[in-house]
Ligand binder design. Structure first.
Ligand SMILES: NC(=O)c1ccc[n+]([C@@H]2O[C@H](COP(=O)([O-])OP(=O)(O)OC[C@H]3O[C@@H](n4cnc5c(N)ncnc54)[C@H](O)[C@@H]3O)[C@@H](O)[C@H]2O)c1
Ligand SMILES: [Zn+2]
Ligand SMILES: [Zn+2]
Length: 363
């Protein structure tokens, strides 16, 4: 039986999002319905609202979520009804050429629900195939990853996107090793997670670079050992000075701007690694001398979703949280009701928060 639930919808380009009553079908084969408990507000939701991702309005926003599995489709063996899950946008298929070669974190055919959730009978496009600013959502079974229920949903949900992207940029893509020096350019939620990931992986020098002194103060709370205020000093020179004149072993770009990419490229030690996790605008270009690319050696690596494997990484990161070794609480700047998403976009753009998290049912 189709259920009616409240949800945050972007009906048309650039206009404020609204809370609507949408229809959620019963789960079919390979699908589950999740009662959402919490969902973080991510930049990508705003990009959808503004028509910068696709023009397939109306969008059902929200994708950094945790909740309880309410119902499962006829053939679903995992997860089970009552499981506490984090939603993910990388439900690996197991059959594409990346999966077959043993590299499922690059899966080229990830699963989403096949039935549509609807608004007045019209199909909604769920953000990143999830759509979780809603009391309930329909996803593919593989998009719901079971984790220990002792972690609060507001915190767990963050692992579903930005925080995982940052942690994984350092731990998976950057392959940070004990004793490495790491410089993180851009210290929003993603950059701070990269700082936390670098610390977890054993980096002994973790340099935070940002234009905003407030962001640098927060970065120190996540474990940055040094800070560089890029509005006042040349960040490339500053990173070199802090690393014995050589540059950092791993530089992580968490802004998405060509100028910052070029800084991160130049601030690497010889044979160092550049990780690009910030999402660039479609028309952004980079211009680096080919001899510098060749001559410096090392690796330039884009990182989508922190090259994570949800079934491997979510339970492991939750364990680290429960052991007090990964401070996820600090990312939650505020909890808000479903009605607060549009205002939270404003605070996000003003740089006032790391993460606003919708607590579903909270009024
Ligand atoms: N690759 C992925 O899978 C993935 C996943 C989620 C988010 N992202 C992307 O990561 C990026 C960061 O996301 P966020 O939520 O942390 O954003 P944010 O806006 O909270 O943080 C960006 C930070 O960069 C700083 N900054 C801006 N210009 C700078 C400059 N020239 N030099 C140094 N710092 C500068 C800002 O002051 C801010 O602190 C975005 O592009 C986002 O779309 C990528
Ligand atoms: Zn695959
Ligand atoms: Zn996101």
């Amino acid at each position: 039986m189709t259920q009616e639930v409240r949800a945050v919808v972007a009906r048309s380009e650039g206009n404020p999002v609204t809370v609507e009553v949408i229809e959620v079908p019963d789960p079919g084969p390979g699908e589950v319905v999740v009662a959402v408990q919490a969902c973080g507000v991510c930049h990508t939701d705003l990009h959808y609202r503004d028509g910068r991702i696709t023009d397939e309005f109306p969008f059902l926003l929200g994708h950094e979520a945790a909740g309880i599995v309410e119902a499962v489709g006829p053939d679903v063996t995992e997860p089970a009804v009552g499981d506490f899950v984090i939603l993910n946008w990388r439900a690996v298929c197991g059959e594409c050429r990346a999966c077959r070669r043993g590299r499922p974190w690059y899966c080229f055919a990830t699963h989403n629900a096949t039935q549509a959730m609807t608004l007045d009978g019209r199909a909604l496009t769920p953000a990143l195939g999830i759509g979780a600013f809603a009391e309930k959502t329909l996803v593919a079974a593989g998009q719901a990853t079971k984790v220990d229920r002792r972690v609060p949903p507001e915190v767990a949900g963050l692992l579903g996107c930005g925080v995982m992207a940052g942690l994984g940029a350092a731990m998976n893509t950057g392959e940070v090793r004990p004793g490495d020096s790491v410089a993180v350019f851009g210290c929003g939620g993603v950059g701070d997670a990269a700082i936390a990931g670098a610390r977890l992986a054993g980096a002994t020098k973790v340099i935070a670079v940002d234009l905003d002194p407030r962001k640098l103060a927060w970065a120190e709370e996540f474990g940055a050992t040094d800070t560089v205020l890029a509005s006042e000093v040349d960040p490339v020179e500053a990173v070199r000075e802090l690393t014995g004149g050589f540059g950092a072993d791993v530089c992580i770009e968490a802004v998405g701007l060509p100028a910052v990419f070029e800084q991160a490229f130049a601030a690497r030690d010889l044979a160092g690694t550049l990780v690009q996790v910030g999402v660039p605008a479609p028309d952004a270009r980079i211009d680096i001398a080919m001899i510098d690319f060749f001559g410096r050696g090392g690796r330039l690596k884009p990182s989508w979703y922190g090259d994570c494997l949800p079934s491997r990484d979510f339970p492991m990161l939750v364990d680290l949280y429960l052991q007090g070794r990964l401070d996820l609480d600090r990312f939650v700047s505020e909890t808000i009701p479903l009605e607060g998403v549009e205002e939270a976009f404003g605070r996000m753009e003003a740089g006032e928060v790391l993460r606003s998290v919708v607590s579903v049912g909270h009024v």
